[in-house]
Design a protein around this ligand. Structure first.
Ligand code: ADP
Length: 235
């Protein structure tokens, strides 16, 4: 039996709306928002600037430093402000997903700070954060060799489905079917990030990666359009 999605989406259909905007934090060097369904992420980039503390400086290349934070009002039950084990993990993951595309060789001892805030959380926040961060980096004029687009694939009751919402993410939490696989891709098709939480066969993992890669292309087009629109003011 195939899994029927509660919101009526096809198995390979992302949530809607998908909205991307650039330049939403005027004081930042670059900024962007990315919304998918009810999940909303904003990202602000500052830098390149001198790295502090000094002992963290890398004399070979500049450092990308990402900070992910879920705002206290982003879910119904207030979240305690401040770093948590989860936010530290997602900050690292975001950094690793974006590091392969940023070209900071000409910025030794410098840092590019990327602050990501989740204003509304309904699952898939790390992917939305990565999408917003990649756009904000491009908007800040940070040299990049490609864009990064991120989406999660899950396994619901043995069926592979794209872009779980909070209901789907929690529905099978204690059951055998609970699997969530956030992935990030360059537009060139290279995978820069994959996390696997749960169990999956090799065949299904391949199917999941294919589905996510295809969806990442759709996300890329939306990111590109938003960035192009922001350049419109230069005319
Ligand atoms: P992601 O948001 O990337 O899918 P998780 O799987 O850790 O990451 O979280 C899934 C969802 O669970 C979040 O998007 C959010 O809606 C909810 N959530 C996560 N942490 C908390 C929390 N501390 N309090 C309430 N809800 C949370």
């Amino acid at each position: 039996m195939t899994y029927k999605r509660k919101d009526g989406r096809k198995n390979d259909e992302m949530r809607s709306p998908i909205i991307a905007k650039v330049g939403i934090v005027p004081n930042a060097d670059g900024s962007a928002m990315f919304q998918i369904g009810k999940t909303i992420a904003i990202a602000a980039v500052y830098g390149p600037k001198k790295m502090h503390p000094q002992h963290s400086q890398n004399p070979e290349r500049g450092t990308l430093r990402c900070t992910y934070n879920m705002l206290s009002f982003s879910v119904e039950d207030r979240i305690r402000p401040g770093p948590s084990r989860r936010s530290t993990e997602i900050s690292k993951i975001t950094q690793w997903a974006l590091d392969p595309v940023v070209m900071l060789n000409n910025y030794p001892n410098m840092v590019v700070d990327v602050h990501i805030s989740i204003t509304q959380a309904d699952a898939g926040t790390r992917c939305a954060g990565i999408n917003a961060a990649a756009m904000a980096l491009a908007h800040a004029g940070i040299p990049m060799r490609d864009m990064v687009s991120s989406v999660a694939v899950g396994k619901m009751d043995k069926t592979i489905v794209l872009d779980l919402d909070k209901y789907e993410d929690s529905e099978f939490e204690d059951g055998e079917g609970s699997t969530d696989i956030p992935m990030s891709f360059t537009n060139n098709g290279e995978m820069t990030h994959l996390q696997l939480d749960g169990k999956i066969t090799k065949e299904q993992l391949k199917e999941a990666a294919k589905m996510a890669q295809k969806a990442s292309k759709e996300i890329y087009e939306i990111q590109k359009k938003a960035l192009k629109e922001s350049l419109g003011d230069l005319k």
